[in-house]
Design a protein around this ligand. Sequence first.
Ligand code: NOJ
Length: 561
Amino acid sequence: MSLDVAKGVSHHPREGGEWWRSGTIYQIYPRSFADANGDGMGDLAGITSRLESLATLGIDAIWLSPFYTSPQKDAGYDVADYCDVDELFGTLQDFDRMLERAHELGLKVLIDLVPNHTSDKHKWFQAAINSAPNSREREFYHFKEGRGENGELPPNNWVSMFGGPAWTRLTEKDGTPGQWYLHLFDSSQPDLNWANPEVQSAFEDILRFWLDRGVDGFRVDQPHAMAKAAGLPDHPDVERAGAGFIEGEPSPPMWFQEEVHPIFRRWREILNSYDGDRAMCGEAYVLPLSFMALWVRPDEFNQTFNFRFLDSEWKPETLFASINESFEAFDSVGAPSTWVLSNHDIIRHASRMGGLAGRPTASDGVGPGDPQPDRELGLRRARGATMFMLGLAGASYLYQGEELGLPEHTTLEPEFRQDPTFARTGGKRVGRDGCRVPLPWQAGLGAANGFNTTGKSWLPQPEIYREYARDQQDGIAGSTLELYKSALRIRRQLKLGEGSFAWLPQFTNERALGYRNGQILVIHNFGRDAMAMPAGEVILRSANGLDQQHIAADETVWIKL
Ligand code: NOJ
């Protein structure tokens, strides 16, 4: 099989030097990054104390997953107060200190906005359930009468992303069964009614609250779910699609409805009314990318996560297609493509690439009863994949711990599982806890290897995390941490993020993929055998120890012309 390079895209640098077009954004999962008070849960003071190590890593920005007041039913993606910090993580003053320190170090800060749903403990939902059907308070959410003779059946056939029905029935104040409310996620995460102007204006105030404090922008959670088709009709194909959608088939009534776009245009106006390059990245799971591109038109989001790239199997033909599709789609609207390999919702790429362990999708997690990934193969490929990604023009996202080559915790016992997916599917999908385990900073410093000094940890680390601790890699030639540092340093020096893209025909086939970005050639060997190294100065390679004449299997090299 050969890849049709003639049909491949090319990409040229564009005008406009905003940081988000080319920056590297590092995702901090606050629960698991660093724990200053030793209670086993990461916190804002912990983040502040470790920011310098991120500046040294060479990233441009951080994105913090939610730290707001929350009952933590979905690890903080169930927000009870959008304008305060949960005491687990500290206080608003701790946030301000963290922001100030990040800015001193030259790091931008994006925070996570969760507009599709609130926690059931949010005052809006509490007011709604304490008010009568059809009241103003209930209009904040989607409350409906049930179907069936006595309203005993859910209002439609929608299912939750975490398994089970997307509706829960209320017991009214007089003890009788009442209306149902919609939740596309856990029953503790009721969906807001975005057709209600009061909801819209409340969120504009929330944006301003954080922009006034000085944040550089937002990562927006599930924006494609916010608007629902009027009347909430049945999903046309729930049997096949489950809670999701099938690409290329008629759009399901809960995802990517047209009505969301004016909302984001308004948000963009608000961001633009502030100084600096404030940015908005949407977690818009909208495919194909030509459709996603509509979300990053010049007056909407600045960027979206590139789920096509993230979901691509690590194979030349799928990557070739996904990179072509990415540049084509995003260039057509003048937006940067983003690139990402790991986040807090999927199996870490160092494990994914060592075999998906028989799990049907990466968000299902891996448990002790599953076939285990090959650690050595996974790390080798992950290092190659990261270097392949970091050579690409556009913005890149990194997930905390990947700079250590950290694998997924694949043997976490059921009693520790906290992801609602686990309970809602009766353990069939073990869920996402395995990629959320606290980071090892210092080998042997307590049971959590320097995550704190007490050894407490909301999820236990596996034994092997000790080997990956940051202090075991810092300054050690050949370590994954040093590889990331070098790649990010070169990326910045040579302005690769702002660069160009063209496939290298002689290295674009069933065994290799290669592209050129300015003066740099990036080549990845997908074959089982080493291949000949082309002429040029090798400035970085993902594998250790092979001779200078060859590119090892699973290796990426950067060559300067
Ligand atoms: C996407 C977030 O990344 C995920 O962690 C969360 O569970 C869902 N949205 C619901 O907020």
